[in-house]
Structures are given as structure tokens and as C-alpha cells.
Design a protein around this ligand. Structure first.
Ligand code: SIN
Ligand code: FE2
Length: 228
């Protein structure tokens, strides 16, 4: 019974994704190798917070320190074989949650599948995410421009899933001073970037206060990467 229910959910998710692609203007290039897939995760999005609850109870959200000793305003956790961590000794991936001393919770198969299908829809056929960073934005929280460059294999893309309150994603070039595009993101939107734009600087503008039925007063972002 459980298995039957799970496959129905997966089928529904896939149908929703196909619809999102067909309706497409729904595949908006935001650069040569970066694409916004509006609503691609819509069929699963409402159920993701419940999926994250046991993960966040085993590996609670925390404000990591930058190598310079600043407390990051985005609260973070991870699931998957490895998780992204930051502290005074630098940025890196670790199989162990430094707060608990235990491995990170496993990445749910439904999330891994979603990330793989989004990567494929964006033109990256082979994507095997082993890390899912969970970012939690409270109102006022922003993420300054940065590159995702701690992954060993930079041929794999980054897949980013937005949940809850809308946000403005900033997507720039390979140099910090390059101009940035401002891309509005809502619940269920997915952004994928890789290839020639894998090292594009990106960030998130300060989150505006609001209320969302799926996440309450916040925004959650999941970024999937092949880290090791
Ligand atoms: C990130 O760059 O890690 C997150 C991007 C986002 O929250 O949209
Ligand atoms: Fe990033």
C-alpha cells in the first residue's frame, strides 16, 4: 500500500513537471548554461516541508560561521552523503554533521529524483547529487554574492529549488563585479546552472516579510550538488 502511494506521488510529480515544461515560456534561459524552470517542482513543493521535518530534527538548522568568524544570517542544514559546512577553518564538504558528530540524514529518493529530472530538463543528462544544502531564510535574511566552488567535479550542475516566500535571486557572471540579473523566484521554481556558467556569482536579496501556506513566515531553498 505504502509503495503504491509513493509511486502515485512520483507519477503525479512527473506529470506536473511535464506540464510545467509544456506550458513553457516555462523554461526561461537566464544565461548560456543557466535556466529557470518556473513551477517545475510545484507538484512536490507542498509536501517537501513535511519531508524535511525529520531531517531537521536529526540535523537542526544552525547559523554557521564564515572563515572570517561572522555568523551567517541564513540558517543551514544538509541531507545526503555529504553536507556543506563552514567554520573558521574554511568551507568544505563533510560526511559528518559537526554539531552532532553523526552522518547527515540521507537524501530522500523523491528529492534526488526531482533534482535529476530538473537537471535533465535543463540539458544536464547525467546528474548524481550527493549533497543537498537546506537554506532557511527568515525575513530580512540575505545571501551575499558567492560562487559554489567547493565541489570536486565542476562539470556537474547546481540545482536549486525554491519553497515558500518569494525571493529575488541575483545571478551574475564569473567576476564578482559583473552585472547581476534579478530573477523573481516563487514556491516550486527551480534554477539550474552549470557548464560555462557553473562558477557564476549568485546570491539572494533580503527576504521580504510575508506568510506562505507551505512554509509560514520563511523561505526554504534546497541546492543539490555533486560534491565528491
Ligand atoms: C545558494 O546559493 O546556496 C542558495 C540560493 C538560493 O537560496 O536561492
Ligand atoms: Fe550558492
Amino acid at each position: 500500500m505504502k509503495a503504491a502511494q509513493a509511486s502515485t506521488t512520483a507519477q503525479r510529480a512527473r506529470r506536473g513537471e511535464q506540464l510545467a515544461l509544456w506550458r513553457s515560456a516555462e523554461r526561461e534561459p537566464i544565461g548560456a548554461a543557466a535556466v529557470l524552470l518556473p513551477g517545475f517542482a510545484a507538484a512536490l513543493a507542498d509536501s517537501i516541508p513535511a519531508l524535511l521535518a525529520p531531517i531537521l530534527s536529526a540535523a537542526p538548522l544552525r547559523h554557521m560561521l564564515t572563515p572570517g568568524g561572522q555568523r551567517m544570517s541564513v540558517a543551514m542544514s544538509n541531507c545526503g552523503a555529504v553536507g556543506w559546512v563552514s567554520d573558521r577553518s574554511g568551507y568544505r564538504y563533510s560526511p559528518i554533521d559537526p554539531d552532532s558528530g553523526r552522518p547527515w540524514p540521507a537524501m530522500p529518493g523523491s528529492l534526488q529524483g526531482l533534482a535529476q529530472r530538473a537537471a535533465r530538463a535543463a540539458g544536464f543528462a547525467e546528474f548524481f547529487p550527493d549533497a543537498c544544502l537546506i537554506n532557511y531564510y527568515a525575513p530580512g535574511t540575505r545571501l551575499s554574492l558567492h560562487q559554489d566552488r567547493n565541489e570536486r567535479d565542476l562539470t556537474a550542475p547546481v540545482v536549486s529549488v525554491s519553497l515558500g516566500l518569494p525571493a529575488t535571486f541575483l545571478f551574475g557572471g564569473e567576476r564578482r563585479r559583473d552585472p547581476t540579473r534579478r530573477i523573481p523566484l516563487s514556491h516550486g521554481d527551480v534554477v539550474v546552472w552549470g557548464g560555462a556558467q557553473r562558477l557564476a556569482f549568485h546570491g539572494v536579496a533580503a527576504l521580504r516579510a510575508g506568510e506562505h501556506p507551505a512554509t509560514g513566515c520563511c523561505r526554504i531553498n534546497l541546492t543539490f550538488r555533486h560534491a565528491l
